[in-house]
Write a protein that binds this ligand. Sequence first.
Ligand code: NAP
Length: 483
Amino acid sequence: MARYRGTVISVRSAEETFDYLADFANAAEWDPGTADAERLDDGPVGLGSGFRLGVRVGSRVVPLDYRIVTYDRPRRVVLLGESDTIRSEDTVTVTPATDGGSILTYDADLRLKGRYALANPVLRLGFDRIGDRGVAGLRSVLGGPPVPTERPQAGQVVARTVDEVLEASVVGSFSSIGPAVRSRTAGWTPPPPLTGKTVLVTGATSGLGLATASGVARLGAQVVLTARGHDRAERAVDAVRTAAPTADVSYLLADMGEFDQVRGLAEEFLAGHDRLDVLVHNAGALTRDRRESGSGSELTVASQVAGPFLLTGLLLPALEVAAPSRVIQVSSGGMYTQRFDLASLEMSPEVYDGTVAYARAKRAQLVLLHEWVRRMEGTGVSFHAMHPGWAATPGIRDSLPGFARVMGPLLRTADQGADTAVWLASSPAGVETTGGFWLDRRPRWEHKVPWTRLSEEDFSDAGAALWAWCAARTGWSGPTRQA
Ligand SMILES: NC(=O)c1ccc[n+]([C@@H]2O[C@H](COP(=O)([O-])OP(=O)(O)OC[C@H]3O[C@@H](n4cnc5c(N)ncnc54)[C@H](OP(=O)(O)O)[C@@H]3O)[C@@H](O)[C@H]2O)c1
């Protein structure tokens, strides 16, 4: 069996995206692996509609008949293609985006049958590449202007245009201008309630963590915050109760770079809670001087990569009980400056530079995010990373005082920086999609310059290697990769 999963951000509405994908007669337009495609019946596309695709296999074109076996417009369509030798199941899930566009996840499952089944491992090798080409084709078709047949509302077009103009200028997007403008555009609505949900936020004593804990508490969540000391934890609990007077809020202690403490934190959480709906990995700092955790690992990487890896792993039972549940990593736009390289992730004392170490750790969080997605497929636990832009917090004032002074009024408030984490914790997009990197409630590209990008194959290998590295450091190895 070979499996491919890809996500595409579409500028078309959920309905338009769904209709385009469900009509497999369009497949040759976006999938380079399809030579031609035709409809086998008449009438509106729906459950049972049939299509014949000419599928490229080497230099030959082989016919494969598909039928729609699930049709839930505009959310989910499943197409099943079957011949004597091959079975292909393609699932498309579409989620509306706040700006009138949509996010689609394409899940393709291909297997050879009968005596050809022996070749399934070989099929798997090339399938990622075929999937990548199809997803790239979808991006070029759906990333274009909306189809003219259904006119989007003017506000949605404006929202999209404004968002893209802001995103093109880093200052406009990362500063307080980003949320100030985007929050006035169509579709930016208050996040849904979190009543009955349990949310754990690490590093919630100040800045974005405290704003996230307060934000989810206001939405009705039971909040468990984490801190490194009782005094700051108690002050944070009081602050959350001030923001949300009826909130159920408590705290647990752990330094995220000390793996024994992380284990203790997980044990205590699991002793008191049987479910975890949202885990927000927020704890983090840019450390000017190189420090090591008790395990001998450099502190930035230990506390922001390996520690969160271990905590997620140990809390998986509670996340799976609560599924659909979500894990949200607070990353940083700083990671745009770094290419992932495991060998230089943990910086030695001779070359240590706090800003670089921090940016590398944040890039590593993205690599690990995709590895979690690969390994947790089908469990109902979604994984996201977001970056807060530039927000006025004690953290940014301590670590980058010059930058904080110059940017001054252009820095976001902590609430603005935390908004996307709170929104991902509560909105349907947080469970209906996985693997996104978000800013201001929209998925963003993970690269702003080409040299930070790895090939698909190298990226996949990097994920496996980073996982193995974290497993070796923390002693937790978790689920293996799915086929
Ligand atoms: N502010 C920004 O503009 C910005 C931009 C990009 C990314 N971020 C990210 O946002 C997150 C929050 O940052 P912030 O700006 O809100 O900073 P902050 O006000 O300094 O808050 C950082 C929080 O993380 C905790 N923390 C730091 N190291 C820890 C460790 N080893 N173990 C456990 N907790 C630890 C701190 O706890 P203590 O109270 O014990 O110190 C504090 O609660 C970080 O991941 C940061 O990288 C912030």
